[in-house]
Ligand binder design. Structure first.
Ligand SMILES: Nc1ncnc2c1ncn2[C@@H]1O[C@H](COP(=O)(O)OP(=O)(O)O)[C@@H](O)[C@H]1O
Ligand SMILES: Cc1ncc(COP(=O)(O)O)c(N)n1
Length: 272
């Protein structure tokens, strides 16, 4: 069994954060584990409140996981403060964690800030150097490269600018474009596009969380990075095409689209 750890925030509405990560991992056939950095009181319309874990408690969760069940990949999502980020960096170095995917979550789709302003420098200094890949969306990539991104050409320049500062790779996600949903991977000086038509579905709550945990899952299963991105992209496109429509705001994806209606176990079981 391949095991994957998510280090992220909890989303009470179940579509993003830890909940999206564990659903994704389960659907992709790996054993999911979690270290919770913060509780959020949120739903599809927005984030109402955030309660951070202490850095010490985040560290304790990581000790418990690594001392017992070693993950073959780690996904990092919402990490809201510099002390929490430093605690995570120290533990991941101590345990020589591998296949680390960092989703630099800054602002929720609904517009609420999920990271303190002062935490970005810590994220860049402590966690980016450990990452096999970082996965900024367009607004996050704009903050990292310092210029506006509108076209594919801009994405290429941004990926190159950000990629040059990293030992690992960068995947600039195209979910915020209006003409397509193409993502761009920049790895070792080489660019690869992962293209997909835009799915006409306003429900994209948790799409970045889902993509990054799918990449981590496929890395744990033995794919190389381009292979993991390709399979993760196919998974998220299908989960979006399944057109779940829940909540009053931007709703969640249907992670379980490949599981038969009624569930895999029990569900519509025949009773004779
Ligand atoms: N409407 C859409 N149609 C198809 N793919 C999409 C759509 N919106 C987002 N995606 C894909 O979802 C993934 C997450 O991207 P994005 O929504 O930009 O991340 P974030 O949630 O961090 O803002 C990417 O692979 C992106 O291309
Ligand atoms: C706890 C938590 N983590 C991350 C996100 C970002 O979600 P999205 O993928 O929609 O940007 C979120 N809304 N809540």
């Amino acid at each position: 069994m391949k095991c994957v750890l998510t280090i992220a925030g909890s989303d009470s509405s179940g579509g993003a954060g830890i909940q999206a990560d564990l659903k994704t991992m389960t659907c992709l056939g790996v054993f999911g584990m979690s270290a919770v950095t913060a509780l959020t009181a949120q739903n599809t319309t927005g984030v109402r409140d955030v309660l951070e874990a202490t850095p010490e408690f985040v560290g304790e969760q990581l000790d418990c996981v690594f001392e017992d069940i070693r993950p073959q990949a780690v996904k990092i999502g919402m990490v809201s403060s510099a002390p929490i980020i430093r605690a995570i960096g120290a533990k991941l170095r101590q345990y020589e964690a591998e296949n680390i995917v960092v989703d630099p979550v800054m602002v929720a789709t609904s517009g609420s800030a999920l990271m303190q302003g002062s935490a970005l420098t810590a994220l860049m200094e402590e966690l980016f150097p450990l990452a096999a890949v970082i996965t900024p969306n367009i607004p996050e990539a704009e903050r990292l490269c310092g210029f506006a991104i509108e076209t594919g050409e801009d994405m290429l320049r941004a990926a190159e600018t950000i990629g040059k500062t990293l030992p690992g790779a960068v995947l600039v996600k195209g979910g915020h474009r209006t003409d397509c949903a193409d993502d761009l991977l920049w790895q070792k000086g080489q660019a690869s596009w992962f293209r997909a038509p835009r799915v006409d579905n306003p429900n994209n709550h948790g799409s970045g969380c889902t993509l990054s945990s799918a990449i981590a899952s496929f890395l744990a299963l033995g794919e190389d990075l381009p292979g993991a991105v390709e399979k993760a992209k196919a998974y998220i496109t299908a989960a979006m095409e399944a057109r779940l429509d829940l909540g009053r705001g931007s709703g969640p994806l249907w992670h379980n689209y490949a599981i038969p209606e009624g569930g895999q176990v029990g569900g519509k079981g025949d009773r004779t």
